[in-house]
Design a protein around this ligand. Structure first.
Ligand code: ATP
Ligand code: MG
Length: 303
């Protein structure tokens, strides 16, 4: 990536959502459960990464499909946060992911199985992404594939971005990840579970985890960043064999760990845009992740 203090980053968010959090005193099955509050904000991993990139002083530009009244709501939320974006209009409505948080008891989560994009919509989306990364210093693919997009959509995009000479940051999982990892993304960021899914085996010990991370790095030939929750993270390079591990920053009050990996990726992207060493990228990632776990979901700490 070119050396600049304010890198332009094209952030692809194929499956964005309005996140809704309903707070209730308790969930009582069969009864009318009265909400004490509802909070709604633009969600999805790509949007999280863009939000954190902006917080770091980068210039992210999101490319995402939006449809229906919820698409309009999400766009308004992005404008309110001054996050730049290119929206590709789709026929079906943008999803709303609902989290029910009771004062007592277990949190409940509901994620819709829509929207499903048509082949023509996927094509328009891919065209918009490729147009947008022309003026970017790096590109990020983050989050699940949207329904209707072929499973090799990320793989094809990574290959083309790589050929265009752009640093590519990839954070997704499952088959889409397996295929895209072969296309030499510059940095992939699985958590332990995603790495285990990629390896096709459980990773019970430190040695097993490192062996799987090494195999993944050999597959990409580039950097692999494995985030390990409270245990920190490890960064490995497929070609040089370099390996750097670091513990998580101490956080006295963990408020929310969802999205910590997205904040971490943004920190690494930002650091790697400058002249920092890989050890410093890792530190920047861990620092951003610690700031994220101290914050409420969908919110950023004051700078
Ligand atoms: N409980 C915790 N205490 C301290 N730090 C944490 C905790 N959980 C996460 N972190 C920090 O956040 C980083 C990323 O967390 P994690 O490995 O859970 O990412 P993730 O599963 O990809 O998250 P997401 O996909 O929701 O963004 C960790 O490497 C660590 O630095
Ligand atoms: Mg993650």
């Amino acid at each position: 990536m070119s050396e600049r203090s304010s890198p332009r980053v094209c952030v692809v968010s194929l499956n964005p959502a309005v996140d809704a959090e309903w707070r209730v005193p308790a969930v009582v099955p069969g009864e009318k459960n009265e909400l004490s509050s509802e909070r709604r904000w633009p969600g999805g991993k790509g949007i999280n990464v863009a939000r954190w990139l902006k917080w770091h002083g980068a210039r992210p530009h999101l490319v995402l499909p939006l449809g229906g009244a919820t698409g309009v709501e999400l766009a308004a939320g992005l404008r309110a946060e001054k996050l730049e974006f290119t929206a590709v209009a789709i026929a079906q409505s943008t999803r709303v992911n609902v989290v029910v948080t009771p004062d007592v008891g277990t949190q409940l989560r509901f994620n819709p199985s829509w929207p499903v994009l048509s082949a023509a919509e996927v094509k328009r989306l891919v065209t918009a992404i490729e147009a947008k990364w022309q003026d970017a210093d790096a590109v990020v693919f983050s989050g699940s594939l949207v329904r209707g997009a072929p499973v090799d959509t990320y793989a094809r995009l990574v290959r083309r971005a790589h050929r265009a000479g752009l640093p590519v940051f990839l954070d997704c999982d499952g088959e889409a990840f397996r295929l895209a990892a072969r296309e030499h993304p510059s940095v992939v960021k699985p958590n332990e579970l995603e790495l285990s899914g990629w390896a096709g085996r459980s990773l019970g010990t430190e040695a097993e985890l490192l062996a799987a991370a090494r195999e993944l790095a050999q597959e990409t030939g580039e950097w692999v960043l494995v985030s390990r929750g409270a245990a920190g993270a490890v960064l490995l390079h497929g070609a040089t064999g370099e390996r750097i591990a670091a513990p998580a920053f101490k956080v006295s009050h963990v408020r929310n760990t969802v999205g910590a990996g997205d904040a971490m990726l943004a920190g690494v992207i930002m650091a790697s845009a400058g002249s920092a060493s890989p050890r410093q990228w890792l530190k920047a990632g861990l620092r951003a992740a610690a700031a994220a776990v101290r914050s409420a979901p969908g919110t950023l700490p004051a700078k």
